[in-house]
Design a protein around this ligand. Structure first.
Ligand SMILES: [Zn+2]
Length: 236
């Protein structure tokens, strides 16, 4: 069960207006299969076509505790609090506070958004008694990374993808890196602007070519020719 509550930290940090944007964002991911709504402060989902459900949708149903195949998912009485804030110094979320900065979470491509949602929910799901005690972090964080690996394997259709590390690339850039046996490198890049806003994007690096994950998996999107191609003589 996912409970979304707004933390009051003053008008500049009011996340309440962003909650409908979060629901809208979830609802445009796979709307023919599943949509989401708030019932009070509990996140619920409605499955419209089970045949179209994807891995992300099934994971969300597990966290929500939705019925699957006529039986209640085990998550029904397992509460995951999401305390929403906005424009904080927190880096997308703060595990020890139970908060999620919705400005950061929403400032991401769909793939990055889904990866972050799964990371946050799995991390809290895997923390014993998270509602009351938020002290355990390392193992839940590893499980959350594993959840991202599963998600990215599904998106890329490549079961060899594995986590290789996370590190600061610069003072304002944080990278979570993955690799496949075939030599693809996947980077989840978090860029902080000012000191309160973090945006995130997933990239695939193949040889010297760096593309967003979206460009990589949607060949038609990547194949759109440039508006004004340089004449052959100008090619390097
Ligand atoms: Zn984590």
């Amino acid at each position: 069960m996912i409970r979304i509550t707004v933390v009051n930290r003053g008008p500049r940090h009011d996340a309440a207006p962003l909650v409908p944007q979060l629901i809208d964002r979830l609802n445009h991911l796979n709307p023919r299969a599943i949509t989401y709504r708030l019932a009070g402060d509990i996140l619920r989902c409605d499955v419209h076509n089970a045949a179209l459900l994807q891995e992300f949708d099934r994971d969300m149903m597990r966290y929500i505790g939705a019925r699957q195949g006529g039986v209640d998912a085990p998550g029904g009485d397992h509460e995951i609090p999401i305390r929403v804030v906005a424009r904080t110094r927190e880096f997308v979320d703060a595990h020890a506070l139970g908060t999620v900065d919705l400005v950061d979470l929403l400032d991401a491509s769909d793939f990055s958004f889904c990866s972050n949602v799964l990371h946050i929910l799995e991390e809290r799901w895997q923390t014993p008694d998270y509602q009351r005690r938020r002290v355990v972090f390392n193992r839940p964080h590893r499980e959350a990374i594993n959840q991202e690996v599963e998600y990215l394997r599904g998106v890329l259709g490549d079961p060899t993808l594995r986590f290789i590390g996370e590190y600061d690339r610069a003072s304002s850039v944080y990278v979570v890196a993955f690799q496949t046996d075939g030599g693809l490198r996947v980077e989840h890049v978090f860029t902080t602007r000012g000191d309160v806003a973090t945006e995130s994007e997933l990239y695939v690096i193949q040889g010297r070519q760096r593309r967003t994950l979206r460009e990589f998996v949607l060949p038609r999107a990547a194949a759109v020719p440039p508006a004004a191609a340089p004449p052959p003589a100008a090619a390097r």
